[in-house]
Design a protein around this ligand. Structure first.
Ligand SMILES: CC(C)(COP(=O)(O)OP(=O)(O)OC[C@H]1O[C@@H](n2cnc3c(N)ncnc32)[C@H](O)[C@@H]1OP(=O)(O)O)[C@@H](O)C(=O)NCCC(=O)NCCS
Length: 194
């Protein structure tokens, strides 16, 4: 692929603003690891990942990720209702105009529950999940705990949560259906990060 001088100038401009932290992080985010690893051109064109609040027009794409990921998915209508619920936050990861991941949380008096986080299958293991989690940790930094349930057999997700400091604090027997399975209860004490 060839790049014009205009492309190169735009890319350099984004890089400059990013390094100055003027566009860091939530609204217009580029992965720093990619900046160091790849050439400047390929970053901005291929790997533009933005973490932002879900909008009404994203609900269908988020529900589709759910359908492809979970055996008891949430509907687009369900996500539209989340938008109206003051305790709910739903973040999306958008790459090149497509929704590739989301996270849905409830905040009840500083006690935060991570109801779900998922990245579309083809987009996993490239850092989108980590960026969603980093944004969650920033948004809820002043809260007390983030708690979640995860299927006992979902070792990948358990590893992912542990990497961010979540610890197993309990077990809920037969919590899940389709198939029936125990849930690990995991918590991150946010006060330890302050
Ligand atoms: C869990 C999930 C959200 C992580 O998102 P992701 O974009 O794949 O994760 P990232 O690429 O940001 O990886 C972050 C870290 O997770 C862990 N991880 C990612 N893939 C892994 C794998 N295959 N095995 C073990 N750990 C893995 C690693 O610690 C990784 O860090 P690294 O990339 O520096 O090694 C994603 O795998 C997913 O959507 N899974 C299906 C849905 C799900 O199970 N959600 C949780 C419901 S409770």
């Amino acid at each position: 692929m060839r790049y014009s001088m205009k492309d190169v100038n735009t890319i350099y401009g984004i890089f400059f603003l990013y390094r100055r932290k003027w566009i860091y992080p939530a609204e217009y985010r580029i992965r720093y690891s990619d900046i160091s690893k790849n050439t400047l051109c390929s970053i901005a064109v291929k790997d533009m990942l933005m973490i932002r609040d879900m909008k009404i027009e994203d609900c269908e794409a988020v529900a589709e990720i759910d359908r492809n990921t979970f055996s008891t998915p949430f509907s687009a209508e369900g996500y539209r209702r989340e938008l109206e619920d003051p305790k709910a936050t739903t973040l999306v990861a958008e790459e090149n105009g497509s929704i590739i991941g989301y996270a849905n949380l409830w905040n009840v008096a500083g006690d935060v529950t991570l109801n779900n986080i998922a990245v579309a299958e083809g987009a996993r293991s490239k850092g989108a999940g980590a960026q969603l989690m980093e944004e969650i940790l920033r948004r809820f930094a002043d809260c007390e705990f983030i708690t979640l349930e995860v299927r006992r057999s979902n070792l990948r997700a358990v590893e992912f949560y542990k990497r961010f400091g979540f610890m197993q604090v309990g077990l809920r027997r037969n919590f899940y259906e389709k198939p029936t399975e125990d849930a690990l209860l995991m918590t991150l004490d946010l006060s330890t990060r302050r």
